[in-house]
Every structure is written in C-alpha cells, then in structure tokens.
Design a protein around this ligand. Structure first.
Ligand SMILES: [Zn+2]
Length: 438
C-alpha cells in the first residue's frame, strides 16, 4: 500500500494482560502454533475488514473460522493461551543448522500475537495514543520533530522555487508541468514496471511464473495497493482520483512490484511457505509488525533498484518522453523532490496530533498543506488515510529509514550495490521484526 479518538490513560501492559487460561488444544510444536496463529488472524478478520491483507493458506481454515464466528473476547483468550504455548515449546537443539531462522520464527510469532491482541483491544474500544498504538502494532515509535525543523526545509525550498507568494502554491504550480496525462498513464507505468523488473531479476532469483496485473481504480484513501494472491501472483491497483506525477511511475512500480511488495510476498512464499512449510506466512495481518518491514523495504527498494544516475537517465531517456514531458527538466524536478522528501515526517506529526485529538480534521489538512507540501485535495485524501489506517503511516518513512540503516549496517551501502541487493534479498526472505533491525 502507499499513502492516504479519544485517549485512554489505561496502561498498555494492563490492557494486554487478560484471560490466560490454557486452551484445550495446546500447540506443542512450532507448526501447530503457526496454524493456531493463522486461525486467530482469520478470526480477527471476521471483525475487521481491513485486517487480513492476504491469505492463501487452506481455504477450509477460513471457512471453519467463519462458521465458528469467534468473539473478540474469545480471540483474545486464545491468543493469550498461544503465547503461553510458544514459551513452553521445547528448546531449539544447539547447533541445529536452522537454529537462527527458527529462533526468528518463534520471536516473530510471539510479537505478531502481541500486535493481534492490541488490535483486538482496539476493536473492543480501547483507545491508545498514537505512539502507544504504533509500538504495539508495528514494534516501533516515530521520532518527534518540531515545527522549526520543518521550517528550515521550507525556507530552502522557498528559495529554490520560482515565483512569488506562498511556498505551497509555488510548489503546486511548479509540479503542474510534471503530471502524466491520463491517456499515457498505462504506457508509462508499464515501461516503469519493466525497468524495475529487469533490475530486480538481475540480482534476485524470481520463481518461474511470478507475475502481477495492474488495475486502475478510484475512490480510495491510498494511491496504490498490492493485493497478494498466492501462487506468486499479485493484483496491483493504482488510484487515479488525483493527478499522478511522473515520479510516481518508478516509485509505484518499485514499491508495489519490483523489488517491493510483490517480490517480498513471492520470496516469503518461496523461502518460508514452500521450502519450509511455515504456514504463518500464508496470512498477512495488515496491522502488525510485518507491515513496517513490508512498507520499509518497498520504499527503500526504490533506491536498491535505481542509483541516482540510473534513475535520472531512465527518466530522461524513457519516461519523460513517453509521458510527453520535457526531458531537459529531469534534474531540476528531482532536485526539488529531494528537498520535499525531508518533509515526510511532517505527515507523521499531522497524524499524531490529529489521532491524539489535539487538532481537528480541518487543522490536520491545513498542517499538511503548510508543512508537507500537499495540495488541498491530497491533504483531504491523506486525512481519510489517517482515519482508516491510523498509526500505519509510520511504516513508510520510519520503516524506510530503519531498513536503510539495517542494510547499510550489513555493508549494503550506495557504494556496494551488489552487497546492498544481497542484504535486501535476505531481509525479504526472513521473518525479521522491526526491533530486530536495530
Ligand atoms: Zn505499500
């Protein structure tokens, strides 16, 4: 996916305690725990239409869960019991060749369950602050930024943009020359997808038969969405409600496709589900730590696939001409965009203040227009995204920064692109948690 109250004083720890009765059918192995986890995720999905982002495990599990119709209270109790079962699993044999991966598997299951219980508590009307919620659901908390920090970037941007008047109006006017005309949209996207796929396939062993289809949709709070179908296939939807600027072609093709969400899901299916039989990866609960890894790798994947020079050259030679835009303006456009990238955390501030009840919808939209260079229409779409997905917003920019730091810490720097691909592919194929990236 790519983007678009009241507080309680109850301590998060107290919320997450709760019925701890051992269930009748305790999980005695990792595989049994994995199946119980999948059924719990599907159970929460019967109460929350956005929760199960993908499921390609046995269809009868879903049918069984739907007909059992578990209550939220029951799901919380069973999740608590499964947490106990996980702690009681026999120790992993020292020296086992897959000991590290199996340890990650157990930690992953336990942490995903913690997030599941937090989501269940939210569905039962528990209100968390923005930071409490992101810690519980995504295993991370976004840093805070002051208005002064954003003002420094805005001043630099103001000096760079032509014309007189408000910075956001000059920015909107500047970007006007870089909209992809509707009738050229599909041709531009297809070219971007092909380029992203070529660069990915040169470094990652993609399984036979992997592919995705693209659909153009309207009336959504997000700008793009990957719906993974299993069997190495995705459906990618692109929202055409608002004008689409030329930079979105590669961003979306990388983020939703190669080497982003599509490749992430394909590699999890290949490496964990098919090669190891780990069924917990046939389900993807959206409001869980897995989303920080998914969005962080999808956003950082843009820089894995394209060096700065490669990107500018491809835009100049292929995408700008295909879109009917002036290729002589490529450098200038991306210079300005690089400045606005530094404003991405302004979006988190707007979401935090809005969801914590400090500002209302109109003030959140106004903040995004003034500090994040959104047009009024983009700001309205973004606040609808806050309503629907809440603290999920941190997964994009904080997720990207955490993934970058992790990959560079593994030697995958800009200077060593081969190692960068290798560390990135390893991350996409393993059950690592956000807190494990530090
Ligand atoms: Zn995404």
């Amino acid at each position: 996916m790519t983007p678009t109250r009241k507080l309680a004083t109850v301590a998060v720890a107290a919320l997450m305690a709760g019925g701890c009765m051992a269930s009748i059918e305790s999980a005695r192995t990792e595989d049994e725990a994995a199946e119980a986890y999948v059924r719990l995720v599907l159970g929460v999905g019967t109460h929350d239409a956005d929760y199960v982002d993908a499921y390609y495990g046995p269809p009868e599990w879903r049918t069984e869960v739907e007909s059992a119709a578990p209550s939220l209270l029951d799901l919380n109790k069973r999740a608590a019991a499964l947490e106990v079962d996980l702690r009681r699993l026999p120790a992993i044999e020292a020296g086992a060749t897959d000991a590290e991966l199996r340890t990650l598997r157990r930690q992953y299951l336990a942490r995903q369950l913690q997030a599941l219980r937090a989501r269940v508590a939210m569905l039962r009307d528990t209100r968390l602050t923005f930071d409490q919620e992101s810690r519980e659901l995504y295993d991370a908390v976004a840093p805070r930024h002051t208005d002064d920090e954003f003002q420094g970037v805005l001043d630099t941007l103001g000096a760079r943009l032509p014309g007189e008047g408000a910075i956001n109006e000059r920015y909107a006017a500047f970007r006007q020359a870089f909209v992809i005309p509707t009738e050229r949209l599909d041709a531009v996207f297809q070219a971007a997808i092909a380029a992203c796929r070529d660069r990915t396939a040169a470094h990652v062993a993609l399984p036979e038969g992997e592919r995705f289809t693209v659909e153009y949709v309207t009336g959504k709070s997000w700008s793009g969405y990957n719906w993974y179908q299993g069997q190495f296939r995705s459906l990618i939807q692109v929202n055409t409600d608002l004008p689409i600027y030329i930079d979105r072609a590669i961003d979306l093709a990388c983020h939703e496709g190669y080497p982003g969400h599509h490749v992430y899901n394909v590699l999890l299916e290949q490496a964990l589900v098919r090669d190891r039989g780990w069924r917990e990866f046939t389900v993807y609960p959206l409001f869980s730590p897995q989303s920080l890894i998914a969005e962080g790798t999808a956003n950082f994947g843009i820089e894995v696939a394209f060096s700065r020079e490669d990107r500018l050259q491809f835009e100049r030679d292929v995408l700008f001409p295909l879109a009917g835009l002036d290729p002589a303006r490529v450098e200038e456009y991306y210079e300005v965009l690089a400045l606005t990238e530094r404003l991405s955390y302004a979006g988190n501030e707007a979401a935090r203040r809005y969801l914590d009840g400090q500002i209302d919808r109109a003030a959140a939209e106004a903040w995004l227009v003034a500090h994040a260079m959104s047009t009024p229409a983009q700001a309205a779409q973004r606040v609808r995204f806050f309503d629907q997905y809440r603290s999920y917003v941190i997964n994009y920019n904080l997720g990207k920064d955490m993934v970058r730091q992790y990959i560079e810490g593994q030697g995958g720097t800009e200077a060593d692109r081969e190692r960068r691909w290798q560390a990135f592919t390893e991350l996409l194929s393993s059950p690592r948690l956000p807190s494990g990236l530090q």
